[in-house]
Design a protein around this ligand. Structure first.
Ligand SMILES: *[C@@H]1O[C@H](CO)[C@@H](O)[C@H](O)[C@H]1NC(C)=O
Ligand SMILES: *[C@@H]1O[C@H](CO)[C@@H](O)[C@H](O)[C@H]1NC(C)=O
Length: 328
């Protein structure tokens, strides 16, 4: 074993030590920019206020829970969790709302706007829209029986939107498993986290236009009876906006039925079923989550935390929008 000569007084070693300490300090500083208790002094009732508002929106429309989780996901995957997805079209902003997979399918804006309005009333200009989106996704999960988790705070809001990134970076209903893995890896999320996050499809619906190819292709990887039911609902021509639930039995309740359905070849989208194809790289994880509901819940919560911390704007970057749909 080689021994390191100990000469701590050497100017070279001291310089090296100095650089090392500075590097560690910088890394720690970057990681510390989101924090659990950011609003403890500046807006102590922020989290309670958001939760109350989100709960009253969900009491009117429980289906919105899926929309709020997806909104956070589609925000974070496009230029980081910066509320860029909330910006409306203006002469200077090209909105993400109508781009790619968001068009005609992204929901939850009213619930976010309502929560933001309540928070602005108690502490104007303090709580970002990006943080509200992250907290709302957590509160939505808890509301429908899903896991809860601690949300670190301090994301700031973008002053621009990125529709081109929405087109290139968001997963598509036609993605194969390699593409899904690559997309999530590009955002710092591993295969297991990708499968866990796909389990959000325990909630919500998809539009006919996104699963028509799958149910009329007569492919081997779809249960015949299931395809028949869907064909009666979703015609070969027209009916693009007809919807079907991802989880037909408990569409408003967070559970692991999604994974059990995949094992019975009853995934709604092609991009759902590719997670369990018989010998695929993610089959084992699907089987595990289908069997162990608690494991899925824990992994989902951990993956949501990680997803919620993709490239946030922090420090003096961006701004705290007064209204989520427009820059100040
Ligand atoms: C969004 O969908 C609507 C209705 O299908 C369509 O008219 C519009 O062109 C789409 N917008 C974009 C940007 O693709
Ligand atoms: C579905 O689309 C049809 C025709 O485009 C329209 O008349 C109808 O209002 C839409 N339904 C819903 C629920 O959006």
């Amino acid at each position: 074993m080689a021994t390191i000569p100990s000469k701590p007084s050497s100017p070279f070693l001291l310089a090296l030590l100095f650089i090392l300490i500075n590097t560690v300090a910088t890394i720690t500083q970057t990681e510390a920019q989101l924090s659990l208790n950011l609003y403890a002094k500046t807006c102590p009732n922020a989290l309670n206020t958001i939760r109350t508002s989100i709960r009253s929106s969900l009491a009117v429309d429980t289906r919105m829970a899926a929309g709020l989780i997806r909104l956070h996901f589609h925000d974070c995957f496009v230029h980081g969790c910066d509320a860029s997805i909330l910006l409306d079209q203006t002469p200077t902003i090209r909105t993400e709302k109508t781009a790619g997979g968001n068009n005609m399918s992204i929901t939850g804006f009213e619930a976010i706007d309502a929560a933001k309005a309540r928070v602005e009333k108690i502490c104007p200009g303090v709580v970002s829209c990006a943080d509200i989106v992250a907290v709302a996704a957590r509160d939505a999960s808890a509301y429908v029986g899903g896991p809860t988790w601690n949300v670190k705070l301090g994301r700031r809001d973008s002053t621009s939107a990125y529709p081109d990134v929405a087109v290139t970076d968001l997963p598509s209903h036609n993605d194969d498993v390699e593409t899904l893995i690559k997309r999530f890896k590009g955002k710092g999320l591993n295969v297991r986290e990708m499968v866990a996050l796909s389990g959000a499809h325990t909630l919500g619906d998809a539009q006919c236009s996104s699963f028509r190819d799958r149910i009329y292709s007569d492919g081997a990887n779809i249960d015949g009876a299931y395809a028949g039911v869907l064909r009666r609902r979703c015609p070969l021509v027209g009916g693009d906006n007809v919807t079907a639930p991802f989880d037909p039995v408990t569409p408003d309740h967070f559970d692991n039925n999604y994974f059990r359905d995949l094992m019975r070849r009853r995934g709604l989208l092609a991009s759902d079923q590719v997670l369990y194809s018989g010998g695929g790289v993610t089959d084992g994880i699907v089987r595990e989550y289908g069997k162990l509901a608690g494991r899925f819940r824990d992994d989902f919560a951990a993956a949501m935390v990680k997803m919620g911390e993709i490239q946030p704007l922090t420090g003096s970057a961006g701004q705290i929008r007064r209204i989520c749909g427009a820059v100040n």
